[in-house]
Design a protein around this ligand. Structure first.
Ligand code: NAD
Length: 357
């Protein structure tokens, strides 16, 4: 029986519309072979929303996303809106949306495509086969903890986690590990911080419900080093907000280009799926942006929000095939390019591969 999903689409600014259009092209191609129907519900956010409604996050969008099965997002921002008051900037629209959607888990894969092992600053033999998923707690920890204050002679923040916050993010990580290589490495600083020991104890508790998953613990300073030394040792990295912020950026650079990496922010409700890069105003409107990060975000949406594993595999395999056949957008063209593609061409090639019987 055909499955039907409502997908919220927020194209945003700069290259946002160009790359989201390609992701939709790929979703539509996969829908035909997988007997899925997507209803797209386009909504405004960011600079374009400021231009059209006066605010970066219109109420209509806040209400609209709640009626969707998942939301696919491009990117927002640009110099046009940089002088706007801070709370009315495009970026505050995105922060507001994440808050409204209650997305407490940020999933950032760091995958190294074999064809692009030369695109990183690390040695190919260190990188070949790297496939990591960083699961970062997104709405707690030191970024949000109270009290926080800055005085003339001192300043402080509070690192705090509740039992519920650790339980729910740990469950996300273990559920994901069950769909992957069944290994979770929980990263903390339990040798120094009470909040980390608390985190560790609760992660152990959750692990008891997942006997098939191997759990290890690592201090964050060592994890930073191991990510560069031997990244292949990791499958799922589970960590708190501030450690995850730093480690996910370090891990993302293993793959070489910002134009390749997707992300997902999920929680109790609707999830938000987006490339990790911004709106790239320097290349907007030229039709040369790399759509792969957004297309891979659509694959994550199928995998983690809609549980459409076969459709997600199709897209991930199609991306790999396009790269192994030598197709490259400009940002990755220096690495074994046989054919330089425009945004639309890359989207069409991936859509074509993804829809093959
Ligand atoms: P950026 O990620 O937009 O661009 C950094 C560099 O990477 C640029 O040279 C750009 O051309 C290149 N690049 C990015 N994505 C690419 C792609 N898909 N294909 C090819 N090249 C790509 O970061 P920035 O320049 O610091 O920020 C530009 C704007 O984006 C700012 O307004 C910023 O606030 C906003 N931003 C938005 C988000 C988001 O929407 N989630 C994230 C980061 C930055």
């Amino acid at each position: 029986m055909s499955r039907n999903y409502t997908i919220g689409v927020i194209k945003g600014d700069g290259i946002g519309p160009e790359i989201v259009d390609e992701a939709i092209k790929v979703l539509d191609a996969v829908a035909v072979v997988e007997d899925i129907t997507f209803d797209y519900k386009e909504m405004l956010m960011g600079g374009i929303a400021i231009d059209e409604t006066g605010v970066p996050l219109p109420d209509e969008t806040v209400q609209g996303v709640k009626q969707c099965d998942a939301v696919l997002f491009g990117a927002i921002g640009g110099p046009k809106w940089d002088t706007v008051e801070r709370h009315l900037r495009p970026e505050s629209g995105l922060l507001g949306l994440r808050k409204e959607m209650g997305t407490f888990a940020n999933l950032r894969p760091a995958t190294v495509y074999d064809e692009l092992v030369n695109a990183s600053t690390l040695k190919p033999e260190v990188l070949k086969g790297v496939d990591i998923m960083v699961v970062r707690e997104l709405t707690g920890g030191i970024y949000f903890g109270q009290p926080r204050e800055q005085y003339a002679d001192r300043a402080f923040n509070t690192m705090i986690y509740t039992r519920e916050e650790v339980l729910r993010i740990a469950k996300v990580a273990f559920d994901i590990a069950m769909k992957r290589d069944k290994r979770v490495c929980s990263v903390d600083k339990a040798n120094v911080l009470e909040v980390s020991q608390f985190w560790r104890d609760i992660v152990e508790e959750v692990a008891a419900d997942y006997p098939e998953v191997a759990l290890s613990h690592m201090y964050v300073d060592n994890a930073a080093m191991q990510l560069i030394r031997e990244p292949k040792q990791f499958d799922v990295i589970l960590t708190g907000n501030i450690f995850g912020d730093i480690l996910s950026d370090a891990a993302s650079m293993l793959s070489g280009s910002i134009g390749l990496l997707p992300s997902a922010s999920t929680g109790a409700g609707v999830g938000l799926f987006e490339p990790i890069h911004g709106s790239a105003p320097d290349i907007a409107g030229q039709g040369i942006a790399n759509p792969i990060a957004t297309i891979a975000s659509a694959a994550m949406m199928l995998r983690y929000a809609l549980d459409e594993q076969s459709a997600a595999d199709r897209i991930d395999n199609a991306i790999k095939l396009a790269l192994s056949e030598g197709y490259r957008t400009g940002d990755i063209s220096a690495y074994g390019a046989e054919e330089i593609c425009a945004t639309e061409e890359m989207g069409s090639i991936i859509a074509n591969y993804a829809s093959r019987e």
